[in-house]
Design a protein around this ligand. Structure first.
Ligand code: DP6
Length: 385
């Protein structure tokens, strides 16, 4: 017999960045972070997990290609989930798995990203959350357009609410875990730090925690999902190429060599977190945009302060920043926030739908379409904005 479960989990975009670990094995961060979760129907990872007495070892495929599971992260995630597994019974199929049986059973996992992997769109955030996701959640939903401009594709994402059907299951569901989402986030965290924030919709905070064993380093939802649904998120995919320095090794090098990182973690982020929570609570776009842009810029400054320096953004990213800054300045108050993760792709957050439509027109004008790109296969969307 074979038992299977499938889950879809979205990616999340940090507006206050996680960069640096105080414990590499348990994945404990040096500061709190805050993110917004995207609609799983557009930017997500779909993971199917199967278990059978016929499987001789744990195996995993990512986008159809088998990957090695020798890394400690996957094993520790699986170990954590296995140790919490409960009895499962499928009466129709006449299958009963008792708690103690899970130790002996192997799993096969197939995971698909519907967006460029390792191009700095936090794909690991979606992937590992999928292994841990168990409940029915509400997420931001994003109706979107993608178009080409100067080697960029823009995903236009409108924020509204979307309910995941409860027939999306995951490894945690398959093994019948009883933990709540925050407790599960602590497991997802051990796969990839940012993943722990994908266990909730809306705005999410990853509390760094103090315990050495990591038990209090988990994610919490900051506001009700419907709280700020005027926001429109646009992702300009500047490049879908795999980044040269992974987040994991990049942040390790920053922890070892950047003094700015230490200052940021101790002096800057704690104050920013308080202000960001306030801005989100009050739907204060001016403060939200100012904090988001400042934090993205400081994260990239830390990368430059690393030895040897790490460059995640490219010329197009810099031009987008200058453009948004000039626009915000000419309007007298911020209309658009930008943030960049460990890659050149721009995440632009417009204050409302009208601004998003205007932003689109402007991007098209300043970054005219260029067919000479390897991204044609990503053109989809409904062009409704
Ligand atoms: C720049 O979660 O990919 O996106 O914990 O080593 O797997 P690991 O790193 P990862 O780092 C993401 C860093 C970031 C900022 C963020 O998402 O907060």
């Amino acid at each position: 017999w074979v038992l299977m479960a499938t889950a879809q989990t979205p990616t999340n975009i940090a507006v206050i960045k996680y960069w640096g670990k105080r414990d590499e094995t348990l994945i404990l961060p040096v500061n709190d972070s805050i993110s917004v979760t995207l609609d799983p129907s557009h930017l997500c990872t779909t993971t199917t997990v199967a278990v059978s007495p016929g499987f001789e070892q744990d195996r995993m495929w990512l986008n159809g290609k088998e990957i090695s599971l020798s890394g400690g992260r996957f094993q520790s995630c699986l170990r954590e989930i296995r140790s919490r597994a409960c009895d499962v019974e499928d009466k129709e199929k006449g299958i009963k798995i008792e708690e103690k049986d899970w130790e002996k059973l192997h799993v096969h996992i197939a995971s698909y990203n519907n967006f460029p992997t390792a191009a700095g769109l936090a794909s690991s955030a979606a992937g590992f959350a999928c292994l841990g996701n168990v409940q029915v959640y509400l997420f931001f939903s994003l109706s979107f357009i993608i178009f080409v401009f100067w080697g960029c594709y823009a995903y236009i994402l409108k924020v509204h609410w979307w309910k995941i059907d409860d027939d999306f299951f995951s490894l945690a569901k398959l093994m019948n875990l009883k933990e709540n989402p925050s407790q599960l986030s602590a497991i997802a965290r051990q796969g990839s730090g940012s993943a722990c924030r994908s266990l909730f919709g809306g705005f999410v905070k990853w509390i760094m925690g103090k315990d050495e064993n990591g038990s209090d380093s988990l994610a919490v939802q900051l506001v009700e999902e419907e709280h700020w649904n005027e926001l429109v998120i646009i992702i300009a995919v500047v490049s879908a190429r795999q980044k040269e320095t992974s987040s994991t090794s990049g942040m390790r090098e920053s922890v070892e060599t950047s003094l700015l990182l230490q200052h940021r973690a101790k002096e800057i982020v704690p104050k920013r977190i308080v202000k960001m929570e306030e801005a989100i609570k009050n739907r204060d776009f001016s403060s939200f945009a100012q904090l988001t842009c400042a934090d993205s810029n400081q994260f990239h400054a830390v990368c430059l302060d690393t030895s040897p320096p790490i460059f995640y953004m490219n010329d197009t990213s810099h031009r987008i920043i200058s453009y948004v800054e000039k626009w915000n300045c000419s309007e007298g108050s911020p209309q658009v926030a930008y943030t960049f993760d460990a890659g050149p792709n721009a995440v632009l957050i417009a204050r409302d739908r009208q601004v998003a439509a205007q932003l689109l027109r402007r991007l098209l004008f300043f970054f005219p379409p260029n067919s000479d790109t390897d991204l044609n296969s990503y053109v989809l969307g409904d062009k409704s904005i």
